[in-house]
Design a binder for this molecule. Structure first.
Ligand SMILES: NC(=O)c1ccc[n+]([C@@H]2O[C@H](COP(=O)([O-])OP(=O)(O)OC[C@H]3O[C@@H](n4cnc5c(N)ncnc54)[C@H](O)[C@@H]3O)[C@@H](O)[C@H]2O)c1
Length: 462
């Protein structure tokens, strides 16, 4: 995978961001390489006990190469922690040992959970993405291996910070997995080999679609009483760009990531359309989230070839959720349905007709789940002490997502370089958040948050 030119120039990051400088200094602290070899017990702390956090913990406790135990959990909402704990206890009774004094709540809970681990153990980050760099900084200080969910960043300054942290983690021989599970789909791995070997010629066009009804926290009504602005925005993170990159980054990154992988580079620029159509609830209340209902993005690669991405969250319309690539000698289907749904296939024509089929993936039953594969792969790297760090490409995929989103939100063409250098840090001082902190977004008198206005607000996204 080629990298964005200059994007990982560490010296420049240190020069351009004070925080990066402070973080990068960690790399010089002499801590011996740590890994849990052989059959040592590896302990896990779960930070962010929601849907995916619970899923990632279950994958961790199901790895082929144990023994593994969940020993600490952290969240900002007690009911979320209790819910995941209960489910995990039922499924993995002998591997879950999280007594009350290892259950932590609040914005500093991540520290307390990681303090329960020893170097070489694993911290899982499954909070909204805005907190990634904060949690990763502490994990590196503590000599912990990490599994962190996608996306990794939503803006330029934190992307620079994460690039620097990725280098610090590698310098300490820490293993870091990133939840872009397409990369661990055995079908997509074989597809990438075949495409890179030229089986459908040069890639000249790619298409990605994620179009379905509103899901997750895509839509939000004005904040109700009884919850702070900050906690409301954290809870409904798909609605707020600072917390997650909005639905664009959160929902679309998987297809963007694996199509970039197939092309073997990242797009260099994007121009895009987007709009808000139905932003009133059936009861007539205006939704206050920052998402567009539709996004149509034209990404361009360095050779001029295009990748078109369409995203829509709207009921009653055609539902399409797939990714395709077209080469000079045929086409491929990467994800048949969903983020990386089986099978992947190659055709000698430009349409996916059975008569033109060249290859269709066949995956062993025990390797069909990419969420489990990514954990088996991470654990193998830890147990065998093999280099393993997926953060750089995870940040790059996050930046390409942000580039498409920013192009739609501003109405301007945005280059990868401009996205990286954009100085709008969307959640400044997030590392100091307490339960009483003001939220990064302030509502107006009607409870509305600033929404993107293409053509009007063009230097920042809102
Ligand atoms: N790889 C995938 O296919 C996949 C699928 C779903 C979600 N995800 C990712 O996982 C992450 C979480 O998504 P989810 O669907 O599980 O959301 P969720 O709302 O179910 O869970 C997030 C949890 O994090 C907690 N939290 C928020 N801020 C916190 C903080 N500062 N410290 C501790 N806990 C905090 C929330 O209270 C909540 O319990 C997102 O980044 C999302 O994109 C990845």
């Amino acid at each position: 995978m080629n990298s964005f030119q200059g994007s990982t120039n560490r010296r420049e990051f240190i020069k351009t961001t004070g925080k990066s400088a402070a973080i990068s200094a960690l790399a010089t602290v002499a801590i011996p390489p740590v890994h849990a070899g052989g059959s040592d017990l590896i302990q896990i702390a779960l930070i962010g006990c929601g849907g995916r956090g619970g899923g990632a913990a279950a994958n961790a406790l199901s790895v082929k190469r144990g023994p593994v135990k969940l020993v600490a959990m952290a969240d900002v909402f007690p009911e979320r922690l209790a819910n995941d704990l209960n489910k995990l206890q039922q499924q993995f009774a002998s591997q879950v040992d999280v007594p009350r004094d290892r259950q932590f709540l609040g914005f500093d809970a991540y520290r307390k959970a990681m303090d329960c681990l020893k170097p070489g153990d694993i911290a899982i980050f499954a909070t909204p993405p805005a907190f990634r760099w904060v949690h990763f900084t502490y994990a590196i200080q503590k000599g912990l291996n990490v599994f962190m969910e996608k996306p990794l960043t939503a803006d330029g300054p934190t992307s620079k910070r994460m690039f620097a942290l990725a280098q610090d983690a590698s310098a300490k021989n820490l293993k870091v997995g990133v939840g872009l599970m397409s990369r661990h789909s055995r079908a997509l791995q074989e597809l990438a080999d075949r495409v890179h070997n030229g089986e459908i010629g040069e890639i000249v066009l790619q298409r990605g679609y994620r179009m379905h009804g509103p899901g997750g926290y895509f839509l939000s009504l004005p904040k109700p009483a009884g919850i702070t602005d900050l906690l409301y925005q954290v809870k409904r993170f798909h609605s707020f760009i600072w917390a997650s990159g909005g639905c664009y980054n959160d929902f679309y990154i998987h297809l963007i990531d694996h199509l970039g992988w197939m092309k073997n580079e990242w797009p260099v620029k994007a121009q895009a359309l987007g709009g808000r159509h139905y932003k009133v609830s059936p009861e007539g209340v205006a939704y206050v989230d920052q998402n567009f209902d539709v996004y149509s993005v034209e990404y361009t690669y360095s050779d001029g070839s295009k990748f078109f991405f369409d995203g829509r969250c709207m009921n009653g319309c055609e539902e399409i959720y797939t990714s395709c690539l077209h080469g000079t000698k045929g086409m491929g289907v990467a994800s048949k349905s969903g983020d990386c749904g089986l099978p992947s296939s190659l055709y000698k024509s430009q349409t996916a007709t059975p008569g033109a089929l060249i290859w269709e993936s066949k995956v062993r039953p025990d390797e069909k789940d990419p969420y489990q594969n990514e954990w088996n792969d991470l654990m193998d790297a830890i147990r065998d002490d093999k280099p393993y760090n997926e953060v750089k490409r995870g940040v790059e995929a996050s930046l390409v997502s942000s580039m498409g989103r920013m192009a739609a939100n501003t109405g301007r063409e945005i280059t990868f370089d401009e996205m990286l250098r954009c100085e709008h840090e969307m959640a400044p001082d997030i590392e100091k958040f307490t339960m009483d902190s003001p939220a990064p977004l302030l509502a107006d008198a009607n409870g509305r948050y600033p929404a993107p206005q293409p053509g009007i607000v063009t230097i920042r996204e809102y």
